[in-house]
Ligand binder design. Structure first.
Ligand SMILES: Cc1ncc(COP(=O)(O)O)c(C=O)c1O
Length: 422
């Protein structure tokens, strides 16, 4: 297979053969490209893609409007060391979609936008402690990367100084009592609560009714800021993201992935008042490549597509149909599939105990699922032409249609038939 020779070349020049550690555990394939909901590898094999590059390809791969806009922008040059027209239009389009925010700073990765929001929250409040929730992910840098399994903040990487995590208070997601207690104990020291409003990184866990409101109220009362990490949920749940869907307005929010149709763009948004700390230079947020012409053009084109042809109802219907098909296949093969999440992103797992209630509302509840068993299946899924993540997250894009459900269902059926025959 041609794939094998590319993988040998990859291993020779890229650590682990990959460019992000998240990909170390992915099946060894080598893609040449994608179109819409499909990917193609060097052997000419076609895959239906429900991973979307971990989320960014929300409009599908190579969306013609985004591609044309980026290519036109490239011809104007890339960065000028000063503002340009596209960047202002991108900010206007972005804020129109988000609704509640007054100003936005663009960046390149979600990780750095999270850093900006945390720095801004500490500067605005003069406090240091930050509340977060176990299982959430806010980037790979020293002061945020945490071992998901640990009850207390613990580095997840060699070389990460343990003391860089000393300001965190880590609580179980959806646990109102724990959050109330943390504010009782440390309210005066808490600069911010940062939360993935739907905890997509581990389990795609929606907030229990009232949970986000509670965070909002506690933050307001204590003079702390509420930061929504909408890197996954932004523009994917609705144009206004989770803030719109759940009707809770944060003080700051961070976006990435879907904001620019797959182009590397992130954003940090908030009120003019908070952003004035950046405007005055009191808080530093910088970046050579921030709001390049291509990035800005990609934001404008993506936001235009989402505004003029909102995919959210299509995605809801697709997601329902796809989940029903997967569930039906699993039942026929006597496998206890558990699916939960939201329309555009859901988690697929296999229950350890088929008779147990596997409701998942915290990261800890994922222990009821045999995550390793599911993860082991992803190589077989890939061989059958179904591209999904080992962690169980499936993303639905605006480009998916019924033919993708049929394709994915055939692959899923093929693998589950093999498993149940063992
Ligand atoms: C919720 C959340 N925040 C931040 C990040 C970091 O974004 P990036 O990988 O673009 O640095 C991610 C990445 O998956 C994420 O899911």
């Amino acid at each position: 297979m041609i794939t094998d020779s590319w993988n040998i070349r990859a291993e020779a020049v890229l650590p682990g053969g990959v460019s992000s550690n998240v990909r170390l555990s992915a099946p060894k394939v080598c893609f040449t490209g994608g179109a819409g909901s499909r990917l193609f590898d060097v052997d000419g094999k076609e895959y239906v893609d429900y991973l979307l590059g971990q989320g960014p390809a929300f409009l599908g791969h190579g969306h013609p409007e985004v591609t044309a806009a980026v290519s036109e922008a490239t011809s104007r040059g890339m960065v000028f060391g000063a503002q340009h027209t596209l960047e202002i239009e991108a900010a206007e389009a972005f804020l129109d979609a988000v609704g509640w925010a007054e100003q936005v700073r663009f960046g390149v990765s979600g990780t750095e936008a999270d850093q900006g929001a945390l720095r801004l929250a500490r500067a605005a409040t003069g406090r240091n402690r930050i509340v977060r929730f176990s299982g959430s992910y806010h980037g790979w840098l020293d002061n945020v990367l945490m071992d998901f399994q640990a009850a207390r903040p613990r580095p997840a990487s060699a070389g990460q100084p343990a003391k860089s995590l000393s300001d965190w208070i880590v609580l179980p997601y959806n646990d109102e009592t724990a959050v109330e207690q943390a504010f009782t104990d440390h309210g005066d020291d808490i600069a911010a609560v940062i939360v993935e409003p739907v905890m997509c990184n581990n389990g795609v866990i929606p907030p229990e009714p009232g949970f986000l409101d509670l965070l909002r109220n506690l933050c307001t009362k204590a003079g702390a800021l509420l930061i929504f990490d909408e890197v996954i949920t932004g523009f994917r749940l609705s144009r206004g993201g989770a803030a719109e869907v759940y009707g809770v307005v944060p003080d700051l929010a961070v976006y990435g992935k879907a904001v620019a149709g797959g182009w590397p763009v992130s954003a940090m948004a908030g009120s003019r008042d908070l952003m004035s700390l950046i405007a005055s230079g009191t808080v530093n947020h910088s970046g050579t490549f921030n709001a390049s012409t291509m990035a800005a053009a990609a934001v404008i084109a993506t936001q235009r597509v989402l505004r003029e042809d909102p995919p959210y109802e299509r995605i809801r219907a697709h997601s329902e149909k796809l989940k029903a098909s997967l569930t039906d296949i699993a039942v026929r093969h006597d496998i206890s599939l558990r699916i939960h999440g939201v329309d555009a992103a859901f988690h697929v797992g296999i229950a350890k105990d088929p008779s147990a209630n596997s409701k998942v509302s915290t990261y800890q509840d994922l222990a009821s699922l045999d995550l390793a068993r599911y993860s082991d299946l992803t190589a077989a899924f890939a061989r059958a032409g179904l591209w999904v993540a080992g962690r169980g997250v499936w993303y639905v894009s605006a480009a998916h249609d019924d033919t993708d459900i049929a394709f994915a269902s055939r692959a899923f059926e093929h693998v589950l038939a093999e498993v149940s025959a063992r």
